[in-house]
Design a protein around this ligand. Structure first.
Ligand SMILES: [Zn+2]
Length: 118
């Protein structure tokens, strides 16, 4: 399950960001997962629940993952459409597959928590 290593990296990013913002613990983490990023969001959530227990900085935080569609562009008729999975057929002319733009990112969007200096 590569979601575990992805989540380990995400937690490292969260912790570095918490240090930069002088947060002693993190309460909320917001992540964005592209629909075409090849990750299973449920597996990410599960990995987070397992991994956070080992780390006091994130142990009491909750994770929100927003899924983001890519954009499909039809090479035949130019139609654009949000794409949630590969092999999408053009809704206008039926061409398969549409070319995809974006939707392949996985990143930490924001965090919040308690500051060290109160
Ligand atoms: Zn088309």
């Amino acid at each position: 399950m590569h979601e575990f290593s992805l989540m380990e990296q995400a937690i490292q990013i969260v912790k570095a960001s918490a240090r930069d913002h002088h947060l002693h613990d993190v309460t909320d983490i917001s992540m964005v997962a592209g629909a075409l990023a090849g990750v299973n969001v449920d597996a990410l959530r599960f990995a987070f629940e397992v991994l956070k227990a080992d780390d006091p900085v994130v142990a009491h935080s909750s994770l929100e993952i927003t899924e983001e569609a890519g954009t499909g562009v039809c090479p035949r008729c130019g139609e654009t459409s949000p794409v949630w999975h590969f092999d999408l057929r053009c809704p206008r002319c039926g061409f398969l597959p549409m070319e995809t733009v974006g939707g392949d990112a996985l990143y930490v969007k924001s965090i919040s928590g308690g500051r060290c200096d109160g």
